[in-house]
Write a protein that binds this ligand. Sequence first.
Ligand SMILES: Nc1ncnc2c1ncn2[C@@H]1O[C@H](COP(=O)(O)OP(=O)(O)OP(=O)(O)O)[C@@H](O)[C@H]1O
Ligand SMILES: [Mg+2]
Length: 244
Amino acid sequence: MALLEVRGLTKVFGRLVALGGVDLTVGENEFHGLIGPNGSGKSTLMKCVAGAELPTQGTIRFAGCDITAATPVGRARAGLSLKFQITSVLPALTVYDNVLLALQAQSSIASLIFSRTRGSLHEHVMHLLAQFHLAQRCWEPAAALSHGHQQWLEIAMTLACKPHLLLLDEPTAGMSLEERRITGELLMPIKRHCSLVIVEHDLDFIRNICDVLTVLDQGKVIDSGTVGHIQSSRKVQEVYLIRV
Ligand SMILES: Nc1ncnc2c1ncn2[C@@H]1O[C@H](COP(=O)(O)OP(=O)(O)OP(=O)(O)O)[C@@H](O)[C@H]1O
Ligand SMILES: [Mg+2]
């Protein structure tokens, strides 16, 4: 059984059909890249899966449950986590508190009081920060971090609740080449316990880390398959006119 099954997803804004019947299947421990030109519907699809937008039509099943109408918090508790295209780090808070807040925002009060001691919360936060090379800077305000480090902090925040599916919308936007390379390395270990849907314009980056690619154009899937399949897809070449 697939972890995520999106069927016939349609999202209409006024007269604009942002998504016109999209199917997307993501397996367990799969890294799935979403690519397509500007305005093709990538972010809208991510938001519909995370619950930040409700689809006009279609269904979304996650881990065997229909979550089409579930609230964003309900989806987060079911194991979904989204990093939006626009950064949502709180700049005045410390790096540490940003992760702690992300953890607390998605946990029930009962689970925070009864099942986690303050010590284990602290360990979990520090472990995540270490994983993303941020432990040394944990007491600095998030505003003091470079853009690339803020992106890493945000990925750490999305992982705070140990999601089964992580949705990342353009996590390497504005990063240097070196930061992109490191981001790929930081993401790979997540595969052991989590699937990933990632939107990126950097095709080299996405080709290196993803198992499967889905290509959107004007709200429709034009092709989906392994990186090799997409690289040789005539339909994709017609839309892109650049090397995938
Ligand atoms: N809240 C909204 N209200 C109206 N139109 C919207 C809204 N959100 C997205 N759109 C429109 O839907 C279409 C798809 O937008 P979307 O942001 O999903 O594209 P995208 O593939 O993520 O583009 P980009 O690569 O530029 O991030 C665009 O034409 C966009 O203007
Ligand atoms: Mg977008």
